[in-house]
Design a protein around this ligand. Structure first.
Ligand SMILES: [Zn+2]
Length: 296
């Protein structure tokens, strides 16, 4: 009798402790951490490998990330080679459920159509967008699509809270759709204008708003400009003055500062992601602040 009782208590203890463990989401970028948190609420824990003032193309793999990824139940990254320099190393430390091909491995670019796929790919030229533009979170439709995928994956990891995840998704999607309509209305004043970009970080947002890219200060994604390229940009700007030169909080500043000084064109730092600017505290604010900064 005693032996039976011990076994029952032991089994109950096991199931109780697993029911108590919150799904642990390891995001590569703050936007996916924020989105997971919108859907998971208090039922999950989510971390991001990078913060809003870090270039997600290039980070150093710190031991703290190595230990975090070991505990991850779900991995969410932009993909399209954005994290090619560091994610493979981290994944070697992750468990089986988050490896490529497993349900716990979500690369957003696998679910969306990347723009700017190079017509001729020559990796020797150092293009860091070989699979198209990986900065996909700046397309509001992508956020909505990935929100549903995150809900599905969380529900399969933690079926006990499926209803909570579904309710959070419903609430988020309705708020996001309303915000998208608000952002679309900004097109009226912004569409048809052009900007000069430092790196092609904002292509999806610019496409959404109908803003053209007049020139890119980088010669190719990841390739710093030559003096000749900068002189060309100055001449292009003089012929066709753009709305602004835009950059992320983590872009190198010298070249864009120089071009702005030479041409008198306004230089704007957009938040790019959650935490990019001090006031960028959630996904909605990335879009709200960017549109406000471009419209002023
Ligand atoms: Zn990039």
């Amino acid at each position: 009798m005693m032996k039976w009782l011990t076994t029952i208590v032991f089994l109950w203890g096991c199931s109780f402790s697993s029911a108590q463990a919150k799904p642990f989401v390891f995001a590569c970028e703050p936007e996916w951490q924020a989105l997971a948190q919108e859907i998971g609420g208090d039922q999950i824990r989510a971390v991001s490998a990078t913060h809003g003032r870090q270039d997600p193309h290039f980070i150093r793999v710190k031991p703290s990330l190595m230990s975090q990824i070991k505990r991850a139940d779900l991995l969410i990254c932009s993909g399209a080679d954005l994290e090619v320099g560091w994610l493979p190393l981290l994944l070697r430390n992750g468990n089986k459920t988050i490896q490529a091909g497993q349900p716990g491995h979500v690369l957003v670019s696998d679910y969306v159509t990347n723009i700017e796929i190079p017509q001729v790919l020559d990796r020797s030229l150092g293009d860091i967008h070989p699979d198209g533009n990986p900065h996909v979170h700046l397309d509001p439709q992508v956020i909505l699509e990935i929100a549903s995928i995150i809900k599905e994956r969380l529900a399969s990891i933690d079926p006990d809270h499926e209803k909570t995840y579904a309710a959070n998704l419903k609430k988020f999607a309705s708020k996001w759709r309303a915000a998208t309509t608000r952002w679309e209305s900004a097109k009226a004043s912004l569409a048809g204008h052009s900007v000069v970009v430092q790196h092609k970080s904002f292509s999806y947002l610019l496409k959404f708003l109908g803003i053209d890219v007049l020139a890119s200060i980088e010669e190719k994604p990841g390739i710093p400009p030559s003096a000749r390229h900068l002189a060309e940009i100055v001449s292009i700007i003089k012929q066709n003055p753009p709305l602004a030169i835009i950059r992320t909080p983590f872009d190198t500043k010298a070249s864009s500062n120089w071009v702005a000084k030479k041409t008198g064109v306004r230089l704007i730092t957009l938040p790019y992601t959650v935490g990019g600017l001090p006031e960028t505290t959630d996904l909605f604010k990335i879009y709200d602040q960017s549109i406000e900064l471009l419209s002023n």
